[in-house]
Design a protein around this ligand. Sequence first.
Ligand SMILES: Nc1ncnc2c1ncn2[C@@H]1O[C@H](COP(=O)(O)OP(=O)(O)OP(=O)(O)O)[C@@H](O)[C@H]1O
Ligand SMILES: [Mg+2]
Length: 243
Amino acid sequence: MTDEILSCSDVWFRYPDGTIALRGISLTIYEGEILAILGPNGAGKSTLLLVLAGLLKPWRGFVSYRGERLRVDDPLIRRSIGMVFQNPDDQLFCPTVFDDLAFSLRQLELPEDEIKRRVEEAALLVGVSHLLHKPPYRLSFGEKKRVALASILIYDPEILILDEPTSSMSPRFIFQIKEILEERRSIGRTHILATQDVEFAYELADRIVIIIEGRLRREGSPEIIIQEPNLLEEADLKIPKGV
Ligand SMILES: Nc1ncnc2c1ncn2[C@@H]1O[C@H](COP(=O)(O)OP(=O)(O)OP(=O)(O)O)[C@@H](O)[C@H]1O
Ligand SMILES: [Mg+2]
């Protein structure tokens, strides 16, 4: 875990209404690691993920991918960096679950029988095989989150960015997500996730960063961060039982 894959350097982000969501964040992400970003509501976690994914352009500073300046909306970047949004309604837009899962593979112009096989495989992985012919807007929130995750996993991006993957999800699925991410890590894929779920981050992440009011407040191993109750309280994070 030594090769730098993605980094941001003194990144500031300002929304059109004048809200400054990121205030000078510098961060390096290493190939094959799982990095968890924690912090209170409104800290800037989602904004930082969108900037790292190349979906929002920093106001100041820049993001580098494999040593080169990342350009917003570069199609090559879109294949390498996949992002699962905090709200699945922002991700799903096709008439059926099948079409949402197939979307990226159709962009890649894969043969339809291979697409069908991969859609069925991805649906099985996240437990939505029985929903493939439903329109996404008819699904429960948790079901939509599963489909949103599968729609990105299906093209196996080198870097997978997940915004609040465990929120509103039942324990069995949280366990499944952990298995999926561990499996991907074992083949060298990189993960960045934002979460309020300290237990999930503690069990899965190689490294944790804490963001408060758009600033990077702390960076370290889960074992070290967990032993800082004052910091966790400042970041409005619940200390898990039994660790
Ligand atoms: N589209 C937008 N326009 C204006 N301000 C925004 C927009 N989106 C987010 N913000 C503001 O930017 C700041 C950071 O928001 P962000 O969504 O990145 O926080 P977060 O850490 O992901 O919070 P949460 O834990 O609630 O998901 C907040 O003050 C928020 O109100
Ligand atoms: Mg958020």
